[in-house]
Design a protein around this ligand. Structure first.
Ligand code: ACO
Length: 331
């Protein structure tokens, strides 16, 4: 990427208080803690309460990111929320967050790329700054997947959780910030992972409700194969775009879907697991929120330091994928 250097000025995340452990899941579906840990690495997940919606989590993560950046809400030019679980069809979550923050001059919209959504948002947001259109952009990945999870389906109920992560983007030191990105899609694989009803193809009806068609449906095995292939490839393409060798990676922050997928991505990049941020055990798969939550933990725990080359990479429904190379710098 040429021109202005754009980076993350501040970062924050939030997960709801309520936790569902594997032991609790054993009482809901025919599964076991041992199976879930062995096949996915997940031990527990946080889920939103009855009255808690995606914009509530998004707002809390955003407030933390703004504080971390030392940026006031009134300074924001744009708010992008990556989500597949908006509070409602419209208004967008981004508009609800704009109002909650009183970000009086910000434009706002939602973006859908499922679990790759945060990386898509980062690319869109940083492009606005590079082009000179905007100076400060808030990018949030926020989900309440628990609300579209079929808690009677053991194939999916074990996997998902709720949460939000946010970053404030702005101009940074030359040679730092986002150095290279790669995004991709393959709509022919859309049926592998979907929520079929509630849109214009299958509007909500008594039949769609009886068919449980408003919940996530997934071909786990095929998604697994796709994920293992695309994670390494996407990261390599972003590294190429940044002109950085995999040897220079200080920290990999992958989408947290399944520990085995994460281990395979690390192996393909020749990285030992001690260079990889893993928190899927605590949160499960929080879709668009998973990368910014893991990045926040990496930074706040001191694992990611100024000057480190950090690679973020994710995949998701669509099918979509994305990766970014960031030279970390924060004042
Ligand atoms: N508990 C106990 N047994 C189970 C469970 C469960 N929760 N789920 C499946 N099984 C059984 C199956 O019935 C099967 O039994 P059988 O051999 O008698 O037929 C056996 O366990 C093995 O099942 P598989 O589906 O082969 O298990 P696999 O190792 O593939 O793991 C999993 C399944 C965890 C879903 C895996 O395929 C996976 O993680 N896929 C990727 C999913 C993913 O990442 N989705 C999110 C994408 S991101 C986004 O956009 C939201």
């Amino acid at each position: 990427m040429s021109g202005k250097s754009v980076g993350i000025l501040g970062i924050g995340s939030y997960v709801p208080e309520k936790v569902i452990t594997n032991a609790e899941l054993e009482k809901m579906v025919d599964t076991s803690d041992a199976w879930i840990v062995e096949r996915t690495g997940i031990k527990e997940r946080h889920v939103a309460g009855d009255g808690e919606a995606t914009s509530d989590l998004a707002t809390k993560a955003a407030e933390r990111a703004l504080l971390d950046a030392g940026v006031k809400a009134e300074e924001l030019d744009l708010i992008i929320v990556a989500t597949v679980t908006p509070d409602m069809v419209f208004p967008s979550v981004a508009c609800l967050v704009q109002d909650n923050l009183k970000a009086c001059k910000a434009a706002a919209f939602d973006l859908t790329a499922v679990c790759s959504g945060f990386i898509y948002g980062l690319v869109v947001g940083s492009s606005f700054i590079k082009s000179g259109t905007y100076k400060k952009v808030l990018v949030i990945g926020a989900e309440t997947l628990s609300k579209i999870t079929d808690w009677t389906d053991r194939n999916t109920a074990i996997l998902f959780g709720d949460g939000a992560g946010a970053v404030v983007l702005g101009e940074t030191l030359p040679g730092h910030g986002i150095l290279g990105v790669h995004l991709g899609s393959d709509g022919s694989g859309g049926d592998l992972l979907k929520v079929a009803a509630g849109g214009s193809r299958q509007p909500t009806s008594e039949k769609t409700i009886a068919d449980r068609a408003h919940f996530i449906q997934m071909d786990g095995k095929e998604v697994f194969k796709f994920a293992v292939k695309v994670m390494g490839e996407a990261a390599s393409k972003a590294l190429e775009a940044a002109n950085i060798s995999p040897k220079e990676i200080a920290c990999l922050v992958p989408h947290q879907a399944n520990l085995r997928i994460i281990q395979s991505a690390a192996k393909r990049l020749g990285l030992p697991m001690d260079k990889v941020v893993v928190n899927v055990d605590k949160y499960g798969n929080t879709s668009a929120a998973s990368i910014p939550i893991a990045l926040d933990e990496g930074v706040k725990s001191g694992r990611i330091k100024n000057g480190d080359v950090v690679v973020i990479v994710g995949f998701g429904g669509g099918l979509t994928w994305g990766a970014g190379v960031i030279k970390w710098y924060k004042e």
